[in-house]
Design a protein around this ligand. Structure first.
Ligand code: MTE
Length: 370
């Protein structure tokens, strides 16, 4: 199943914000953040350089007619909420990452010799932002959540997704009630501004720590059910398929894995014989990153990087390490992280056909010039 959808007929381009080539690499309807653009930036990714992952195209939604429809057998008081209704509820702010399940997918091919189908992300299918909005749990309580409700299904208002000639409908993916009642947000602000159109205006779901598909953008409808719900995004996609997985695929993907990236261009060029302050970021969906190490000899030896900040369990840590390359020519830099649960980064990620959850240490190519 291809990850790059046909472009919508009605819009000139599926992403609205400018995508300057020094900030983004464009893949079909999606745009990958360039890591070198994060060097010198703070903890958060500014909205103008945050990656975009669209199945179809960014819709332009009229606030005067937009409603959030809450319905289904799991609610005692189904209702429609306006934007003003949401803004009137108590607000919560969360700094967290949204990361595509396929982030790092290209390395199944380029590093491990077995390409996986789908958008060929390097490591730029992630961003961290300050999301402000209303707890999903508060909205569900308002609509009379029943004690026997099991699943919550937010749907997006972007055009329906057609894959291989089959219309799969609006992007939607069920969340178990237990997760929906936890740290999940209905966000209307990103880094202090109303959500930009490409990132879900007027309201998106934000599910800290989980693969990005759970964070449905442009949400217009939430079904709550006392019986399990499913969608193509929880059955045919966003599960592990291939060797090592059951014939029908593994369970729907939830938490993200550990990854590390250098804030360097892909194929960086650095002068020889002088000290460079390498910088980067590491993150994990399962806990705070506690240790980062770097290697310049293909993993034969490792030394600790200086971790610059901690305490953001659902975001990333910034780190740096000095490196003085002695000889000109091609080099490989590697970084690996470990989180508080002990989860780390292996040398290889087990293959899965759709190329999800690449957690192996990435070999970053650098050319040192005299
Ligand atoms: N929600 C809708 N309605 N349509 C989409 O195409 N893409 C999902 C998710 N929510 C998507 C969506 C995926 S796969 C990811 S990784 C994130 O949105 C990306 O969020 P961003 O574009 O704000 O970075």
């Amino acid at each position: 199943m291809g990850d790059i959808p046909p472009l919508a007929q009605s819009t000139p381009f599926p992403i609205i914000k400018p995508l300057p080539p020094d900030l983004f690499a464009v893949h079909g309807a999606s745009a990958e953040m360039r890591w070198e653009a994060m060097r010198g930036q703070g903890h958060l990714v500014p909205n103008d350089r945050f990656f975009v992952r669209n199945h179809t195209a960014t819709p332009l939604i009229d606030l005067t007619t937009w409603r959030l429809r809450l319905h289904g057998s799991g609610l005692r008081s189904p209702r429609d909420l306006t934007y003003a209704d949401l803004l009137a509820l108590p607000a919560t702010t969360v700094d967290c990452a949204i990361e595509c399940a396929g982030n790092g997918r290209s390395f199944f091919g380029t590093q491990q010799g077995r390409p996986a189908a789908g958008t060929p992300w390097r490591l730029g299918g992630i961003g961290v932002a300050r999301w402000r909005g209303v707890r999903l749990s508060a909205v569900l309580a308002l609509a009379g959540l029943r004690g026997d409700a099991v699943d919550v299904l937010p749907s997006g208002l972007d055009p329906e997704y057609v894959d291989g000639g089959v219309n799969l409908g609006h992007v939607r993916r069920p969340l178990p009630v237990a997760k929906a009642l936890g740290d999940v947000l209905l966000a209307y602000e990103m880094n202090g501004e109303p959500l930009p159109p490409d990132h879900g205006f007027p309201v998106r779901v934000v599910v800290p720590g989980w693969t990005g598909i759970a964070s449905v953008k442009w949400v217009g409808d939430i079904e709550v059910s006392t019986t399990p719900l499913s969608s193509p995004w929880s059955t045919g996609m966003y599960r592990m398929f291939g060797p090592g997985s059951p014939p029908g695929g593994g369970p729907p993907l939830t938490t993200q894995v550990v990854k590390s990236a250098f804030e360097l261009p892909w194929e960086a060029v650095l002068p020889a014989g002088r000290a460079h302050l390498l910088s980067g970021r590491s993150w994990s969906g399962t806990g705070r990153v506690t240790r980062v190490e770097v290697s310049d000899d293909r993993g034969a030896s490792w030394r600790p990087a200086r971790v610059r900040d901690t305490g953001h369990s659902a975001a990333w840590v910034l780190w740096d390490a000095e490196w003085t390359p002695a000889r000109p020519g091609p080099h490989t830099l590697m970084a690996r992280a470990t989180d508080e649960t002990g989860a780390g980064q292996p040398l290889r990620t087990a293959y899965n056909t759709m190329g999800y959850l690449f957690d192996a240490i990435v070999e970053h190519p650098v050319t040192v010039v005299s």
